[in-house]
Design a protein around this ligand. Structure first.
Ligand code: DQA
Length: 157
């Protein structure tokens, strides 16, 4: 319609790494009882409230995560990623996130700094504007709030 201004909602990718499909069953004393479907619902509800679109995905494959990150270039406005165990091992994920040139927020359900020493270092954090860990699945909603604020700030400039 002439004169109408249809604003597309900004797209935020929410990417999840290995074993997060096992949430709910996996070490509930560490990760709680929420399933990955529950995490997606948390994100969908936050996205509706914030008026953004999300692309929520999980894979067990490192290469697939790298490809999904690459696909975000020119398509998404930001990436929220729980790289799970690949946080602690993957230079390939770090390189992909640096190459894509988008704001990144890293999320962990558990507080990785209260856990085994090998979880204290994350390669991905070098590419992240911020890291949220230890706040359970609500960390995803907080990350979506922060990412939306940053996108709005950028659009205001
Ligand atoms: C995790 C923490 C990682 O150390 C672990 O390998 C995971 C999940 C978290 O969300 O707390 O798989 O990323």
């Amino acid at each position: 319609m002439l004169g109408a201004c249809i604003m597309e909602r900004p797209l935020i990718a929410v990417l999840n790494g290995p074993n997060l499909n096992m949430l709910g069953l996996r070490q509930p004393e560490v990760y709680g009882h929420a399933t990955l479907d529950d995490v997606e619902q948390v994100c969908v509800q936050a996205a509706e409230r914030l008026d953004v679109a999300i692309d929520f995905r999980q894979t067990n494959g490192e290469g697939e995560l790298v490809s999904w990150i690459q696909e975000c270039r020119g398509r998404a406005r930001g990436i929220i990623i729980n790289p799970a165990a690949y946080s602690h091992t993957s230079v390939a994920l770090l390189d992909a996130l640096l190459a894509v040139d988008l704001p990144v927020i890293e999320v962990h359900i558990s507080n990785i700094h209260r856990r085994e020493a090998f979880r204290h270092h994350s390669y991905v954090s070098r590419a992240a504007i911020g890291v949220i860990c230890g706040l359970g699945v609500r960390g995803y909603a907080l990350a979506l709030q922060a990412m939306t604020d940053m996108i709005l700030d950028e659009d205001d400039q």
